[in-house]
Design a protein around this ligand. Sequence first.
Ligand code: SAM
Length: 232
Amino acid sequence: MTKEPSAAKNIFESKRALMDEQVYQENIEFWEKAWGMVARPYKQLPQLSYVPRIPDELKQRRVGSVLDLGCGSGWLSIYLAQHGFQVTGVDVSAQAINLGKIWAEEDKIDVNFDVMDIANLDYGEGVFDGVVANSIFEHFPMDLALPMAESVLSMLKPGGTFLGCFDNVGGGPGEYYTLADGTHVYTDKGRKGMLLRRYSNEELEQLFAGFASLLVEEVDAGSRFVIAIKSI
Ligand SMILES: C[S@@+](CC[C@H](N)C(=O)[O-])C[C@H]1O[C@@H](n2cnc3c(N)ncnc32)[C@H](O)[C@@H]1O
């Protein structure tokens, strides 16, 4: 079931120091446009070394319910549901979520997909055993990533698991200007509005400082595989 935009508190409201509303909206518009060009679900898993590890790491930590943050067209939501997890995938792009729903329906896989802005999630506190986020945080500046990590912490049950991958991005060619914290705001035609930022390991420690434990492991040429556990 698709949820209507909620009146939940916007976690970014007082913290969006680096950019104005227009920059924020243009990033969302970039994604809606990008997903709008995809006609059918692409039912292949990405060639990433850590993919088979994700369900194993979650199972080891007794995760049952999972929120897939910024799920896109849902490959990770569907993959985890196929491994027996009870999955909710959420993304700001209605088109991405539509592709995920088509995929789930065609392959008879049970996943709950919602259209919501990460800034405005209304799932409540302490509701998920696990939150996964693949290639999401690096599309936000640090001053928004911090409340995002706080929001993940609050949505997790005590002892819950965050698992994510932070890509090694931002080094390639492209036209962009740079926010004070190094976030690129792309201006070239193909990526106009997209935000991109590489997180250092020290910044990852800052993001997950509220968690009881943190593992940061380098994978796939400079990307970081992250597992953070909430205290019991
Ligand atoms: C690089 S894609 C990653 C998608 C997916 N996790 C994957 O691994 O393929 C980034 C995703 O973040 C979503 N996104 C961007 N801004 C968002 C926001 N404010 N709230 C929710 N999702 C957002 C985009 O629509 C896009 O699907």
